[in-house]
Design a protein around this ligand. Structure first.
Ligand code: ADE
Length: 233
């Protein structure tokens, strides 16, 4: 969402690159140089019909796909907010790095497609990054809904999810389809999935603080990864 990215865009003085994507694509790209590297911050963009930010796997997958084709990045980081599972030690404001991504709402009871639906994709190992910056680590589980139904809950439990988002698995898929482009998620927890507050209320209450927390976490993460081999992350 734009609200998640804006503090970072302002803080890093990123410039909008109008020509990055086809005019028909909703996603937006903001670019800057840092430590001799080029970084691109891509948002899903706004829905022309409803006037709200595009969220979810369609817009996330499209933005990732177009970005990878255009920039051939060394590393893709899907940054944003997520719900956290108290049972996995998540608390509001925690920064999580993904160990893997999965889908919890793609239930297809036909051999072959069951595994395709879950779409388990391991992230790049980040032990040193997490050690240096003090981030938590866990499975990111993705669907197109802010809430969940009982069947989703069973999948999230079975997959040992730590955080729940709406794009991670789609971006991971786009990376996998492009020669396994190295990928991980960074997610700041805005709400507790297995808590007792309505998700949308807790999410909106904590969105501003989470965006500011991302603004702090992402430059530190970029400074850590730039100039390092994948094996040093
Ligand atoms: N983003 C922030 N909180 C979320 C939640 N509970 N589910 C999906 N995406 C989220």
């Amino acid at each position: 969402m734009e609200a998640e990215a804006q503090p970072l865009i302002d803080h890093l003085k990123l410039e909008l690159d109008e020509a990055a994507f086809p005019a028909s694509a909703p996603c937006k790209c903001y670019t800057s140089e840092r430590n001799g590297y080029t970084m691109h911050v891509v948002t899903n963009g706004k829905c022309r019909r409803h006037g709200v930010d595009h969220v979810g796997t369609v817009a996330g997958g499209l933005a990732a796909w177009l970005s990878i084709e255009k920039f051939k990045p060394d590393l893709v980081i899907n940054a944003g907010t997520a719900g956290g599972f108290n049972r996995m030690g998540a608390a509001i404001g925690d920064v999580f790095v993904s160990s893997r991504t999965v889908n919890h709402d793609r239930r297809i009871a036909i051999p072959g497609w069951t595994e395709w639906g879950v779409g388990k994709t391991d992230a790049v190992p980040t032990e040193q990054l997490r050690g240096a910056l003090g981030y938590k680590h866990g499975v990111v589980t993705t669907s197109n809904s802010l809430d969940f139904i009982e069947e989703d809950a069973k999948h999230m439990l079975a997959n040992e999810a730590s955080v729940k988002d709406m794009e991670g698995a789609a971006v991971a898929w786009a990376c996998e389809q492009h020669n396994n482009t190295p990928f991980f998620c960074i997610k700041v927890v805005t709400d507790i999935v297995d808590g007792d507050r309505p998700t949308h209320e807790e999410f909106l209450e904590n969105l501003g603080a989470a965006a500011r927390s991302l603004q702090e976490a992402l430059p530190k993460t970029l400074d850590f990864v730039m100039g390092k081999r994948l094996s040093e992350l």
